[in-house]
Write a protein that binds this ligand. Structure first.
Ligand SMILES: *Cc1c(COP(=O)(O)O)cnc(C)c1O
Length: 488
C-alpha cells in the first residue's frame, strides 16, 4: 500500500469510528416511528435483538476494516440505515429454511429435493390432522385404545394381497426393524450381488450389524445360484433375504435366484424369505410405457413372506416404510420395542391413506397421482413449455450465454430403475464467449439458486440443463416471473 493510500485509509477509519460513536442508541431506535410496524409484526423482543445484532455487526465491520475502504456513504450509521438493516435482518430470520424450489434436475423422485409430491387429497388430510383431533390410536367402535396401524393396514393388504401390514418412518427403518425383530443374533443369507448401498449411508451390511444380525454372504457379485443358498442354511439361519438392486445394474455374465426358486427352498427349510423392494410400486408401470418394476403384489404372490418398500418413491406418498407379509411375522415385528421408536406420526398416516386410496381407481391414477403424472408426461409438453420460456429466459441471462430448447432424458430417481431414462425436453444454456465456460456456467447455476424460489438444474457436458418435466403448467408463470430477478 502506498503511503498516500495508507493515510487516506487511516483517515477513513478515524472518521468511521467517530460516526460509529454517534450511531443511534437502542432506545432511540426502538422508540422511533419507523420501528413501530416492525414491533407490531415481529414483537419487541425480536426487534431489540435485531437492533443489537446490527450494532454489533457495524462495530465489527469498522474494527476489522471491512467498512474502512471504498465507503462512500456519508451517514453509514444513521437511524434510516439502522431501520433498513433491522428490517432486512428480521425478514431473513423469519424466512423458512425449508423452501420451495423448482426441481429442473430431470430427476423426478429426487431424494435431496424431497422425493414424491403429494396430490391434493393428501394435502387436505394433513391439514385436517394438523388442526383437529383425530382417532389416531382410538377405536371409535369400542371407545377403547386403538392401534395406529389399524387405520391403514387393511387398505395396504387390499392393494398388495398381503395378510398383514405395518408402517414405520422410512424403508431403512422398515429393514432395520424387520432384521431386529426376526434375525437378532442369527444369520441372514444374502447374495453378494445384492449387498447394496443406497445413498445416504444405508448399506445392507451395516444395517445388518446394527440390527444385531449376522450377514451370511453367498455367491459372487455377478452370479449367485440356488445351491449357494442351500449350502449356507444352518441351525443359526433366521432369514433368507433379497434386496432390490435399486441404484445399479449388473449386466453380462450374471445369475441371480428369483423368488420362484427361493421361496420353495425357504418353505422346505421352514425359513421366511424377506424382500427389500426399495421403491416398491403397487401397479404395473409398463401399462403407461414406463419400465417394468416388480410390484409388491407380484412379490407377495411369488412367495415372499415379508416385503419392505418406501412410501415416497414410486408409490408417490409421504416418507414412510411399509412392511407387508405373513400375519405372525408382522405381529412379531410390531411387538419389537424398536417399532415404538420408528413409528410414523399422524401426518404421515393422514397423507398415506388418500394416496393409497387413489390406487383403487387405476383408471384415474395417471392423472391424480402426481408422481405418475410427472413420470408419464410426453416430451412434447416439456418442449412446448421450453419454447414458451425461451425468449424471456434468453433476455434474462444476457448475451454472454446462449439458450436453446433441446431434447434430454429425465430419470425416475430414488434408485428406481437406474438404467432407464424418460425422453424429455428443456432449456440448455451454453457460454457464448470464448473460454471460462465452466466458471460462467457455475455463476449462472448459482444465480438460479439464489432466486426467491430457487431453480435447481444440472451442469453436464459444458452446458447448464433445465429439464422442464417437473414444471407443471400451473407453475410456468411463477417460473418465468422470476427471470427479471436473475442477478448474474
Ligand atoms: C431407497 C431404498 C431403501 C431406503 O428407503 P428409504 O425410504 O429411503 O429409507 C432401502 N432399500 C432399497 C433397496 C432402496 O431402494
Amino acid at each position: 500500500m502506498s503511503e498516500a493510500v495508507g493515510q487516506a485509509a487511516e483517515h477513513d477509519a478515524h472518521a468511521l469510528h467517530a460516526l460509529l460513536a454517534k450511531m443511534p442508541a437502542v432506545e432511540r431506535v426502538i422508540a422511533s416511528e419507523q420501528a413501530q410496524p416492525l414491533i407490531a409484526q415481529y414483537g419487541r423482543t425480536q426487534v431489540l435483538d435485531a437492533i443489537r445484532a446490527t450494532q454489533d455487526g457495524w462495530r465489527r465491520d469498522v474494527r476489522t476494516g471491512v467498512l474502512a475502504h471504498e465507503n462512500k456513504d456519508t451517514e453509514p450509521f444513521s437511524l434510516e440505515r439502522m431501520i433498513e438493516a433491522v428490517t432486512q435482518r428480521l425478514a431473513e430470520r423469519t424466512q423458512s429454511r425449508l423452501r420451495s424450489v423448482f426441481n429442473l434436475t430431470g430427476t423426478v423422485l429426487h431424494t435431496n429435493l424431497g422425493r414424491a409430491l403429494l396430490p391434493d387429497e393428501a394435502v387436505k388430510a394433513v391439514v385436517q390432522a394438523l388442526t383437529q383431533p383425530a382417532n389416531l390410536e382410538f377405536d371409535l367402535a369400542s371407545g377403547k385404545r386403538g392401534d395406529r396401524d389399524d387405520l391403514i393396514d387393511s387398505l395396504i393388504c387390499e392393494l398388495t394381497g398381503a395378510e398383514a401390514a405395518t408402517v414405520v418412518n422410512n424403508n431403512a427403518a422398515a429393514v432395520l426393524l424387520l432384521l431386529s425383530a426376526l434375525a437378532n443374533r442369527k444369520e441372514v443369507v444374502v447374495s453378494r450381488g445384492e449387498l447394496v448401498e443406497i445413498g445416504g449411508a444405508f448399506r445392507i451390511p451395516d444395517i445388518m450389524s446394527r440390527a444385531g444380525a449376522r450377514l451370511r454372504e453367498i455367491g459372487t457379485t455377478n452370479r449367485t445360484h440356488l445351491k449357494d443358498y442351500e449350502a449356507a442354511i444352518n441351525g443359526h439361519t433366521a432369514l433368507l433375504m433379497k434386496v432390490h438392486c435399486s441404484n445399479y445394474a449388473i449386466s453380462g455374465f450374471t445369475k441371480s435366484v428369483g423368488l420362484d426358486e427361493l421361496a420353495p427352498l425357504a418353505r422346505q427349510r421352514g425359513l421366511p424369505v424377506a424382500v427389500d423392494l426399495g421403491s416398491g410400486t403397487l401397479v404395473d408401470l409398463a401399462q403407461w410405457g414406463l419400465p417394468a418394476e416388480p410390484t409388491v403384489r407380484a412379490t407377495v404372490e411369488a412367495g415372499a413372506d415379508l416385503v419392505t418398500f418406501s412410501g415416497d418413491k414410486l408409490l408417490g406418498g409421504p416418507q414412510a416404510g411399509l412392511i407387508v407379509g405373513r400375519k405372525e411375522l408382522i405381529a412379531k415385528i410390531k411387538k419389537h420395542p424398536l417399532k415404538r421408536a420408528l413409528r410414523v406420526g399422524k401426518l404421515t398416516l393422514a397423507a398415506l391413506e388418500p394416496v393409497l386410496r387413489l390406487y383403487r381407481a387405476p383408471e384415474f391414477l395417471q392423472e391424480r397421482l402426481t408422481t405418475l403424472r410427472l413420470l408419464t408426461r410426453p416430451a412434447s409438453q416439456m418442449q412446448e413449455a421450453a419454447q414458451r420460456a425461451l425468449p424471456l429466459f434468453q433476455r434474462a441471462i444476457g448475451e454472454a450465454y446462449a439458450a436453446s430448447v433441446e431434447p434430454m432424458f429425465s430419470q425416475i430417481g430414488s434408485g428406481a430403475l437406474p438404467v432407464d431414462v424418460l425422453p424429455s425436453s428443456g432449456l440448455v444454456v451454453r457460454h457464448a464467449g470464448k473460454g471460462g465456460s465452466g466458471r460462467a456456467l457455475l455463476r449462472l447455476e448459482r444465480a438460479l439458486r439464489e432466486l426467491p424460489r430457487p431453480v435447481i438444474g444440472r451442469i453436464a457436458d459444458d452446458a447448464l440443463r433445465l429439464d422442464l418435466r417437473c414444471l407443471e403448467p400451473a407453475d410456468e408463470a411463477a417460473f418465468a416471473a422470476q427471470f427479471a430477478e436473475l442477478r448474474l
